[in-house]
Design a protein around this ligand. Sequence first.
Ligand code: AMP
Length: 626
Amino acid sequence: MADKIVGIDLGTTNSVVSIVEGGEPIVIPSAEGDYLFPSVVGFSKTGERFVGSVAKRQAVSNPDRTVISIKRHMGTDYKVQIDDKQFSPQEISAMILQKIKTDAETYLGFPIEKAVITVPAYFSDSERQATKDAGTIAGLEVVRIINEPTASCMAYGLNKGEDDNAQTENVLIWDLGGGTFDVSIVEVGGGLVEVKSTAGDSHLGGDDWDQRIMDWLIEDFKNRYNIDLRADRLAMQRLKEVAENTKIKLSYETTAKVNLPFIAADATGPKHLDVELTRAKFQELTADLVERCEIPAMRAIKDSGLNLHQINKVFLVGGSTRMPAVQDKVRALFNREPASGIDPDKVVAMGAAIQGAVIAGEVKDMVLLDVTSLSLGIETVGGIFTKLIERNSQIPCSKTRIFTTAADGQTVVEVHVLQGERELAAHNKSLGRFELRNIPPAPRGVPQIEVTFDIDANGIVNVSAKDMVTGNQQKITIQSPTSLSKDEIDTMVKEAAIYAEEDGKRREEATVRNKANIEIDTAEHTMRELGERINPDHQIALRNLIDQLRISLQATDLAKIAADTKLLQDQLYAISTDAYYALDTGRVAAKDQSEEAKRQEIYDLSSDEEPEDDELFGWFNQEEGK
Ligand code: AMP
């Protein structure tokens, strides 16, 4: 039994654990008999620790010593301070995982040593690492970190049956939990699950619906008694609890009574909250929240390259999708009935358990592909961000590209690894940097540095750079101390769209200036090489053109820089044509050919396609066909 692998959905609000038994995933209940483990940790004044539903319950009377939504801080240096002790997000998460482990062991009757843990698809490398670390602290070997939408599909995929000839389907996963909303587009078929795109809103979830009920109750109470409950912390905690219960009740009934005795008191005596909320009123209070779901849904569809009509199925995940208004929204948007059959709270954990069974060798006919949430690449000359791995690429994956040097005799290159969607390096998130040294001195453009990005199945990134001549290699595993929140990712993607035009202009500027500098270099190099063999008229013309271009470079007129670069280039062509005929033709021609051959090799190694005319090839802006 020791090789059994459980699946854990380590959620922001609640966690769930599942295991495959007899080929089917079952959900393991907590010691309290509930299948949800609230992701809450509480500390008593006497040093006791509570995890799960006990902690959630005592949160009402002990808000300062209760930790909720720790998942939002995973991978950051955030600390929880309790008395004189500090806890990292990993440690708090480990307490939740420990409770899950212990309860599961008691229920199953054998030790649990290995787990598959799910994370949101947008989780960055450090957030994944932190999740893995939390497992380790809890005494679990985390055999795989998988994306939540992928897990959901695993759960539905298995339920679909094992027909290898089944048609591929495009599935939209609508995951509305307690604090976040995530949408993923996934392709499912023939035992294969492939995430195409993801989008979301990190501040949209069941809590917002609860808040609307709270606001309404507070307002109503104020109108009746002229008492503002917001000032009373304990009353607010009670209101929060009752608001959630009322919301849940309204998923099944058309009216709900809200009753909180002794919620406040004034000179005339104690006051009780006793009102009725109809589903219709509740839906009116929260209509805009339902509408907000549409934005990420549309963005995910757009990012996947599909259109609304190409979505064949919609899976509902997360407790908040039980609200009738949310289901109606899905029906109206997609003109279809969302898939049913699996409890929306349990789907993710069940999928993780299936993945665990695949790894353990119990389930054989499922493969798993995941995607990256942001593009990855390096900084190249002119501060340009050159992507190696595009956003939404499948993982695990590996990409290699050849780069070269920007200056003659350059012996060191810096590999600056970045993540993001903007065209300029400075606007993206820096993940780390390293240097590759001892490159044998050579003219710029000659050394070949092979840069490889590897993303493993857990989404952890390795970057290496290798000098093709010496075989010298340097690498880095990205373990950044800080990491991107979902918000940051959303913001980065949005900003990239907003600034696309501006960035494009700056990229163009960098490219034009780069070309000009290289042309000046080449011209000066040619003058040194050919010296007296250039006829005097050409020499004067060349010098004038170099000076003219240098002056243009000091100003901002890009068209002028480009035009002067072209004039200098034409002059250089004229000179080399002269050189062929007038001088030692054989020697010069042979030299040019060998240079051309070298460049060709670089292009061949760098990508399958011919590079575009102005494509940048690394620290050196290498141009084609020169
Ligand atoms: P999850 O993060 O998936 O566990 O979802 C938790 C959220 O789902 C919380 O905001 C719950 O209040 C909400 N929730 C659970 N059951 C229901 C229900 N029947 N109707 C409305 N919301 C629900």
